[in-house]
Design a protein around this ligand. Structure first.
Ligand code: SF4
Length: 705
């Protein structure tokens, strides 16, 4: 009230995947002046973190794009353009390049930060009309290992658990997840439940993170060796007969091969690889297996690794052999990254076709082609390149044109010097973003100004499969337009016969998606925008059948699988998959003796495109710094606040040194948010299943300046 608020408008938060409900306060001139949490929302119950509290400042932050821009060469000055000329140029260049070099010579890379109806529409445009198979999201950098691991274990993507599981668990394992900084409101839910129930918290992380400071047991593991610890825990569980034999028999396949593999990982042998002493391995294995219900969560510490997909399968293996999947408080829950990483997984068609359908499946191709009104032969028969491989294909000349949507690869991909060279070699690049000043826009020939977060209408899915609606709080600035509008105008140019239908309204697109979801795992056919806003979010599945039967939308938290199995493989059983460990990371050596660990800070979001421009976020860490162990700092004669040079085999970066006991003596931690910094150094070897980069396992040396 003291800010002159006359109206509150509802939206789900557009930063992380927690899915908090926000209301933005508007003053008498209709200007957004404040934000607050929504008290009756299941997820955040009135609370917000630092980013959510200042989210309304996004609308007027510096660098917002307000008009389309064009230029002939990327190194020339921008010229203002009309929407028609800019969209025609993008269309004509895509057509020209495809005609000259083939359909797949154009790549489209999207994001986890648009709204789901936008993802669905872009997927229809890309798969149904443009027809390139080199279409991916920046979610390959954050969640691809979780997707891959869920598919391998359960037969489909889709997190089995929910936040309410914290309120039922008897033991919580956090693998490479620092909730207080990365997902503060999930942390608050967890902490509140822990204070009531007193369950043990075991944190696996090479660094003493904020979550590790709160742990009963902190396992400071050697980077990249989580799978060894998981195998050793399973070794102990089988040796001491702590497994749930009846669950394994009823719900899984593959137990014999798993037993044979983990037999090689006795705690003594494993201890030498993963750095956790043998007795502690036994203690945590017993704590996990003997708990009535045991839960595991993870984030980038598992996903961003050459063993990311295996790490997820290992977590699932542990949950399955102890009968935890489906039990309240027993789950394997991937804490997702971006606000709508889940929406893109479900509906963008990046890795396949809508709602977890596969390009490899002829029935799925036929079903979607029929629904969209196109020839099924137009679809490729297997998925194309991942984002991380697309840049290598640009380097080799296989890909000549690129359309980037709400993503900034020059900041976010590993080994940025190599990415820069690739971008320079493109024949054509279009950047669609709400900011015109991103590093990747330097290499664009056309810039399309997009609306941000609550300047648009649509839905997002959070970590626990809860779909929430976002309503426009204010219109986009100047001539900027919602991404949905841009996709629909582009579709008109590729769809001149008008044979494919592209609805204009997000609420209508949602109903179309609902029809495509009937009988699928992510069935949303019982939902619509109005109901979603009223309920402050609903978890999928919620089906038209449930509506017919008079069942109200679920409140609280629902699990995806039951204790009786019903996994997505044809026989309904989950797979137990043996995980032999091969050490394939870049590791410290004489020339580069220090581990480089990268990660996030609470006040910033990804490449700081947004939070770097919000004073109340940026003031807490405006410049790049490293955490360095005080003993190492003393050995190298480095003072607190001194600038030092980090050098890797790729390049170097200058950062401020901040001595702290949070990191061991053989490691530095560098927040990845700062442009032209962490990713100048990272090597980013890729996981063989998910193609996700190993951002957290590179080797550097430190030089005084
Ligand atoms: Fe937004 Fe995540 Fe913070 Fe919630 S925890 S307010 S979703 S950034």
């Amino acid at each position: 009230a003291d800010k002159g608020v006359v109206e509150w408008k509802y939206a789900a938060c557009g930063y992380c995947s927690t899915g908090c409900s926000i209301e933005v306060g508007l003053n008498a001139e209709g200007k957004p002046v404040t934000s607050r949490g929504v008290a009756d929302a299941d997820v955040n119950r009135g609370k917000l973190c630092l980013k959510g509290i200042f989210e309304h400042e996004l609308f007027t932050s510096a660098g917002r794009g307000t008009e389309p821009l064009m230029r002939e060469q990327w190194h020339q000055d921008w010229q203002p353009a009309t929407w028609d000329s800019a969209l025609d140029k993008v269309h004509d260049e895509i057509v020209r390049i495809q005609a000259k070099y083939g359909r797949d010579s154009v790549a489209i890379i999207s994001t986890g930060q648009m709204l789901t109806e936008e993802f669905y529409t872009l997927g229809k445009l890309t798969r149904g009309l443009i027809g390139t198979n080199n279409y991916d999201g920046n979610t390959t950098l954050c969640m691809a290992s979780a997707v891959s691991g869920y598919k391998r274990s359960f037969g489909s993507d889709g997190p089995p658990g929910c936040y309410e599981d914290f309120e039922h668990t008897d033991c919580l394992f956090a693998w490479g997840s620092n909730l207080p900084e990365q997902h503060p409101i999930i942390y608050w839910r967890m902490k509140e439940a822990q204070e009531k129930r007193g369950f043990p918290l075991i944190v696996v992380d090479p660094r003493v993170t904020m979550l590790a400071q709160n742990a009963h047991i902190h396992l400071a593991i050697t980077p990249g060796t989580d799978v060894v610890l998981m195998n050793a825990m399973m070794h102990v569980i089988f040796a001491e007969k702590l497994e749930d034999s009846s669950y394994i028999e009823t719900n899984t396949n593959g137990i014999d091969m798993l037993r044979a593999e983990v037999a090689k990982y006795d705690p003594v042998t494993a201890s030498k690889i993963c750095g956790i002493d043998e007795d502690t391995i036994r203690v945590v294995a017993r704590l996990y297996a003997k708990a009535g219900a045991a839960m595991a969560i993870w984030t980038m510490g598992i996903n961003q690794s050459t063993h990311g997909s295996d790490g997820v399968v290992g977590i699932n293996n542990l949950a399955l052999i102890t009968g935890n999947i489906g039990k309240p408080g027993g789950t394997s829950l991937s804490i997702t990254g971006q606000c709508n990483a889940m929406g893109t997984r479900e509906w963008s068609s990046c890795s396949g076709l809508p709602n977890y359908r596969a390009l490899e499946n002829p029935d799925h191709r036929a079903e979607i082609a029929d629904f969209w009104g196109i020839d099924p032969e137009f679809f490729p028969k297997k998925r194309g390149m991942f984002q991380t491989d697309i840049y290598h294909a640009i380097e080799s000349g296989q890909i000549k044109g690129l359309w980037l949507i709400a993503t900034n690869p020059l900041s976010s991909l590993p080994n940025s010097a190599r990415v820069r060279k690739a971008m320079e070699s493109l024949e054509f690049c279009a950047v669609q973003d709400c900011y015109h000043d991103t590093e990747s826009a330097q290499y664009a020939h056309v810039y399309l100004p997009a609306g941000t977060w609550a300047e648009k209408d649509g839905v997002m899915t959070n970590t626990e499969r809860r779909i929430s609606v976002v309503k426009p709080v204010t219109p986009p600035p100047g001539q900027a337009q919602p991404d949905l509008w841009i996709f629909n105008r582009m579709a008109e140019r590729f769809n001149q016969s008008g044979k494919v239908n592209f609805p204009e309204k997000a609420a209508d697109i949602f109903l179309e998606m609902g029809k495509l979801s009937v009988g699928r795992l992510a069935d949303i056919s019982g939902m619509n925008h109005e109901l979603l806003e009223k309920q402050r979010g609903i978890q999928w599945p919620y089906t038209q059948e449930q509506v017919k039967n008079g069942e109200a939308p679920p409140k609280g938290g629902k699990r995806l699988y039951t204790v009786d199995g019903t996994f997505s493989y044809a026989d309904g059983k989950a797979k137990l998959i043996p995980l032999p460990f091969i050490d394939n990371n870049e590791v410290p050596d004489e020339k580069f003796p220090i581990w480089l660990n990268t990660g996030r800070l609470i006040e910033h979001w990804h490449g700081r495109t947004k939070t770097g421009k919000i004073g109340n976020n940026n003031k807490y860490s405006p410049i790049p710094f490293i955490e360095i162990n005080p003993d190492l700092a003393a050995e190298l004669n480095i003072e607190r606040g001194e600038y030092v040079r980090l050098v890797s085999r790729r390049s170097d970066a200058v950062v401020m040194a901040m001595p702290t006991q949070r990191v061991p003596k053989n490691m530095v931690f560098l927040p990845f948010h700062f442009h032209d910094c962490a990713n100048r150094l990272t090597l980013g070897l890729l996981d063989p299943h998910s193609r996700q980069p190993a951002y957290k396992q590179s080797a550097v040396r430190i030089e005084r300046i």
